[in-house]
Design a protein around this ligand. Sequence first.
Ligand code: Z15
Length: 844
Amino acid sequence: MGVDHLAHKELLWKLSSTYLPNDVASLQRSLVRHVEYTLARRRYKLDTSSFYQATAHSVRDRLIERWTDTQQYSAKKGAKKVYYLSLEFLIGRSLGNAVSNLGLRGAYAEALRQIGYDLEDIMSEEKEPALGNGGLGRLASCFLDTLATQNYPAWGYGIRYKYGMFEQRIVNGKQVEFPDYWLTDGNPWEVERLDVQYPVRLFGHVREFQDPDGNTLYAWEGGEVVMAQAYDTPIPGYGTYNTNNMRLWSSKPSHEFNLASFNAGNYYGAVEAKERCESITSVLYPNDATEEGKRLRLKQQYFFVSATLQDIYRRFKKNVGRGSTTMKNMPDKVAIQLNDTHPAIAIPELMRLLLDIERLPWDEAWEITRKVFAYTNHTILPEALEKWPVPMITELLPRHMQIIYEINHRFLLEVQKMWPNDTARMSSMSIIEESSPKMVRMSNLAVIGSHTVNGVAMIHTKLLKSLLFPDFLLMWPEKFINVTNGVTPRRWLLQANPALASIYTGMVGPGWVNDLKRLEPIKTMAQDPQFRQRWRAAKQTNKQALAEWLYRSMNIRVDPNALFDMQIKRIHEYKRQLLNVLGIVHRYAEITQATPEQRKTMVPRVHIIAGKAAPGYVMAKNLVMLVCAVSEVVNSDAACRDLLKVVFVPNFNVSLAEILIPASDISQHISTAGMEASGTGNMKFVMNGGLIVGTMDGANIEIEQAIGEHNMFTFGAKADQVAAIRRKMAHDPPKIDPRLHRAMGMIRAGIFGKPDDGAYNQLLDAIDPRKDVYLTAHDFPSYLGAIAEADAAYQYEEKWTAKCIEAACSMWMFSSDRTIREYAAKIWNVEPLPFRPPRHHSER
Ligand code: Z15
């Protein structure tokens, strides 16, 4: 190392020591530079789409500075990191989020305005990455936003699917799925890290051998090796310099792979095999809370887990040997959160690394593993609990199957000690289900291999303990905790609802964005008629904007003075969109039979339903058909003209949610009690000044507690009544409500058409009073009661507004900021690590 090297270093340092300037003129120079050099286009006469690209690149430059600084800083500090492993991240659009979190919205808006572009228009050019299905994926993205905002050293790990959630179109009144190739125009928010690639093995065999000391060792060999390629996306925090990372993996062929087939003299075969490598990360499975058991899905899970653990492991090992750090210290530096069981194969994978590569004894490896992992359960529905056939795992991951058997063997010895010869307990707690073929129960594996298991709302955690894992609870009472979900106020209030956000900022300053508790004092303003007036004006702005959107994109006219009622979420029988439709059909019947006097007392309503049905879920697709048909008939019936509109908005996604939610007066969260783990849409609606019609399920219960019973319209059976009601109906079928009878009769009679496949009858047959699994018929009367209450309340404008204000300003505990603080304190044991940038921008 000579003088030259130092001189190089000094010069390099000087060259890279300044930050990008953020004044309007500099931003304009940056935009034009990207147009010319990044896009290689003329500097003038550009369409909005090219300017979106240029703006995104300009913002990206500014994100990158913060990102590399943050990462360098946390590496230097050797801080403990959280790794959030999720097969889904429903990120939504990035541009608006980035300029807002960077505090550069105003500057970019002005820079663009002066050269003839509108930031809002440019933002709507962005195609949103839809790398998730619904609640679980969106939760992961809300968590990443909060983790960055609160300065936690945290990375998200997932899969960079080529095809995200399918695009839903309605063709002839039915859902049709179109592939979502979201990368068509490139993705300016990611950086391909060509220096970060890992080999991932699949198939092959296990070789047993002895080391010189006579210990038996195992090596997993042969099979196929594919490469995992890292793509990084910066995750900026709001009002902080800290910028975290989301690392998504894409599969590609390995060189090794290539040679094998090539040597066999099979050129075309080699190319085909390479193509198959890429297919691993090609498509997101579009099932929300149901499992398909497809082999490619298991490959995806292992592929992503293997690459992620190699990456975490490599980062951690940089510290091993430094000072007194050994493998045993891994839990001091690494906390891995498993978002459902989807990444739970990470448990045997870490064991494999520690046993076969690190050559630690079993007990040491197991202790480390259990201290590293924690598991979040998101559902107790049996159809969603992952199980993999033993033969499938044996074929694909032979060493993991051995390790799972060994984990299970040692675990069952503990069970035997605690409950001698209790075979029933043994078989229900076993990781292996003794069916044919045998199945690996991923939830049992996740519970056994984690130090903490959490549910996502109070009722859910209670049911988790009592119904799903009662024996595990007896064994490890401390292991099970609740961490109620939350949503980020940055995207779901500040960005989605500027009208309401500016009221808040005007009242309490901008601090509420990172501290939602500051809205609490505004509750007293619910009594102030002038404030109520302003509040209504904000809601009206949002309803107007939605009405315009509906007209522009669907050619449907709605009256922005009507009550806007929304149910927007994945289509699922347990979520009971059918109950909603039956309520609408009932209302339709009432309207057509009403006298002019009666019509005057009716509340004009716009019903909006949106959501995707899994492509193979027949009942859910039938439901979509029915909604579309009801909408056709109702909207063209003159009798309904100013009283009822029904709209099915196709292709529900994050961007659409940002338009819909701020415009809602009522939203429906009406799952059969005990079946919706939490729900997170419910939180977004109330934060945006809407009220809920809902069951006592999921987070609805806690929301009601927070905002007050008088501010929520609840109905239906309670969770602890459901089982008895189901049992009773089998031998003692209840009488069907005449209003329900009429609504069902109208549907069966063909008022909304008669599909050849009997789709509607299939829906209605499922609410036969003897086998009404989802209690749709049972809850119908009280549902109508809740809707009627909402209608009545809506007619007293002043009181209604007061309810909305009180409710919205009581929602602090549903901010993901609160949620993440709980995870950090109760599960991860991590501290915030704010990076303070140098005061003068020129001193990097
Ligand atoms: C999913 O979105 C949820 C649960 C699942 O098991 C799967 Cl596979 C996907 C949802 C829950 O249904 C919802 O109640 C919850 O709010 C959300 O996860 C986030 O926890």
